[in-house]
Structures are given as structure tokens and as C-alpha cells.
Design a protein around this ligand. Sequence first.
Ligand code: HEM
Length: 468
Amino acid sequence: MTVESVQPANPGTPAATGTPAHPATSDLREPPLAGGAVPVLGHGLKLVRDPLAFMSGLRDHGDVVRLKLGPKTVYAVTTPALTGALALNPDFKIDGPLWESLEGLLGKEGVATANGPRHRRQRRTIQPAFRLDAIPGYGPVMEEEAHALTDRWKPGGTIDCTSESFRVAVRIAARCLLRGDYMDERAERLSIDLATVFRGMYRRMVIPLGPLYRLPFPANREFNRALADLHLLVDEIVAERRESGQKPNDLLTALLEAKDDNGDPIGEQEIHDQVVAILTPGSETVASTIMWLLQVLAAHPEHAEKVRTEVESVTGGRPVGFEHVRSLTHTNNVVVEAMRLRPAVWILTRRAVSDTALGGYRIPAGADIVYSPYAIQRDARSYTRHLDFDPDRWLPERAKEVPKYAMSPFSVGNRKCPSDHFSMTQLSLITAAVSAKYRFEQVGGSDDTTRVGITLRPQNLLLRAMPW
Ligand code: HEM
């Protein structure tokens, strides 16, 4: 099972979603207000206190609901079909508070926050590096990094899964997409910076204290240092590539040679922001997913054993490699099921460009719309035994029962993650490589409860790696 195989052939057409492309606004209803709002703060407190439970409960109030966040009205979409309709509808663009906060990190000129013609041009530039036929070229680096990970671990020793997962994710993204030896020495710096920056960004998004974040408290100083170092690193990488005069066939070369719509080279700021906008989502999301995969292997030894047996039978006992990934059915299904229950990207937002409609409801121009892949992927209306970890639900005969868009961890439409193949390949390879060598158990002090940040990950996962 791959995550793509649950995508419909012709998703999100008006007929598929029940939303006319240009409805008469007079026929439209206002979405109901979700229950539980309190005076002044509305639903804000509930959202901040337990965002996952809050988002998961919204479908009980309607397919599209209104939320009050202080004085502001935000719309939430709660069904798989309507999340697909939202992601595929050009009446909605990337904007809103989540993206405004992310611009401080990702820059204003990168692909993740751009819209319209600039976004289309930028996607054309980066897409070739992520195409299915480009992935085998990354195989040797992915293999090397997956095996280096297990070689670092001492049998019986304790693994700090947060730093180990970050390290391998950053190294793979940087070495594959920005080819160069310089990455070996810089990957460590990059992963420390990114971990600090993501922690601080999330705090700034949920508790917007504005000027207080400029005061010289240790946490603010640490955040500013990490953010400045991240941008410095990117400048160093770009400058060194230019000085080397080399033009390997990679994403960085594509960015350095990209032209704007007038045929002129793109500006320095855009090159910089593009590198940041690709490295940052590329490491935090993959790192969080690796942490959950390690947690799953420890929590479900029967699946760890099944993965190990599968790897051994496919490889004949040799080190697992890129060429084996396609044959590792159960391993791939473990990855997909882990992503279903703990999607790294748990919340997404859009902004309505004009007065429009979703599911027969009126959405005014400028409205912010939010939805949660976490809530969608755990909904009992879409999945039997919805909270069970059951990789076999992705076997072909059962996967077809899953409703359209009920499993879209990489999203769909023009903002779909470019790296779905790239990510799935490395995640399966890493899962196979670690399972072939070790089984895992949590040690004292480990905390695998969910930490909600820009992504979802375990609070502090510490595992003992034991040879089989
Ligand atoms: C966008 C998920 C890994 C680069 C997205 C979006 C999702 C997502 C859901 C769409 C956001 C939206 O609709 O608003 C994931 C997950 C990953 C992953 C679950 C791994 C488990 C990566 C990697 C890279 C990457 C490895 C690059 C190396 C990007 C970029 C965008 C994006 C550049 C913005 C695309 C655009 O706006 O056109 N990702 N991602 N992602 N992702 Fe990923």
C-alpha cells in the first residue's frame, strides 16, 4: 500500500464533492457554530488546551462549522470529501495566521508560502528533483544514511530518538537535494538549529505575545541564535556551490539556474528562501514520522517481528537496499498506518480568495478555513476500529474501503507535498534497516505521549536497541 493508492482518479470535481463550482450565494447556508464557545475567547481556550481532541470533535457539529477564536470567525471543514474539495479548489489559497507566522521562518519568497503564478513557476523548478524517476538516484545516499543510523547505535544502549531522527532526516534531505560533502559537517548544526527554531515558532504561533519575544530571555536568545544560524548556513551552502563552479544535477543547481517569468535569473532572496522552504518542511516532517515509527516498533513487537521477517526474506539476509523497498509490503503498510494515526502535518489552513462555497455552505471572501488530517485520519466514520494500529488495513482488498481523502497525509491539489515518493522511500528504507538489526523497548524517563507543535511527535522518546 502506498499513500497514493487511496487517491481517487478524478478527485475533487464538483460532482465528486457535491459543491457546485459557482453556486448562487442566495442558495447557500451559513455553517453552524460549533458548540462549546465561551464569551470573549470563543473556542480559543479549547483549541489551545487540547487541539487534537478539539479538532477531532468538530465533525459531530457539522460538515463545515464556524469557530470563534476571540473576535475572529474561522471555518473548519470536517469530512474527507470536503477537505479534498478545499485542497483542490482554486478559490482557496495559502494564507492566514499559520502561514504568516511561518513566513518568519520560511521567508516570504519560497514555494511553501507563495501563491499564483510565482508558486506555479517555483513548483516547475523544484518538481523534477522529486519525480518518481529521480528517486533511484537518491537510493545510495538513503541506504548509506539508514545503515549509518543503526551503526551508530550500541547494542543495549539508549537511543535519544528525537536527535537521531532529526539527524538522519536532515542528512538525507541535504545530501540528496543539495549534493555536496559540505553537508556532512553541517547537517549536525542544521538539525540542532531546526529543532530549536520549530519549537520557538510553534510557541509564537499559539501564544502570540508579540514584543515579549524580543526581550533578552534565554529562550528568546536561543531561538534568535538558531534562526540566524539557519539562514547563515543556507547562505554558506549557496555561496560554496557557486564558488565550486560545479553544477551537479540536483535541486540546488535547478534553483541557481531558475528564471523568473521574464526569463531573468531569480533574485538572491528567492534562492535563499527556496532552500529554506524545502529544507525545513523536509526535515521536521520526516523526523517526526521516524520518531513515531520507532515508537510503533517498540509498542507493537508483533509488527516489529513481522517487518524483520519480511526484510530477511526479501533481502536473503543481505543489508536492505533501495531496490528492495517495493517488495516490502508489510513494512510499507506499517509506515502508512503510523502516518495515519500520527500524521506529522496535523493541521492545515487556507484563505478564501472570493465569496465561495463548500458543501452547500457560504464562505465569505477573506475567511480562514482550517482542517485537521489527524482528525480525518482517525475518524470512526472512515475506519473500522479506527484507533487500532492495524497495518493490514492497507492490504489492497481492505484499502478500497477507505473513503476518498480519508488518508491524504501529503495533501492533494496544487499544494500537495512534492516529496511524497521521496519521503515514503526513505521512511520504508529506514524502518526496514532498523528493524532488521534491532528490536526496541522504552526505557525509564521515556515519554511517548504526543507533543503538539508545528508537527506531532513524541514528547521525549528514549528507546533501548536490542539485537534480535
Ligand atoms: C507541502 C506533508 C516531507 C517539502 C506539504 C503539505 C503536506 C506535507 C501535507 C501540504 C501543505 C498544504 O496543503 O498546505 C509532508 C509529510 C512529509 C513531508 C507528511 C513526510 C513525512 C517533505 C519533504 C520535503 C517536503 C522531505 C522536501 C525535502 C514540502 C514543500 C511543500 C510541502 C516544499 C510546499 C509545497 C507547495 O506549497 O507547493 N508537505 N511533507 N516535504 N512539503 Fe512536505
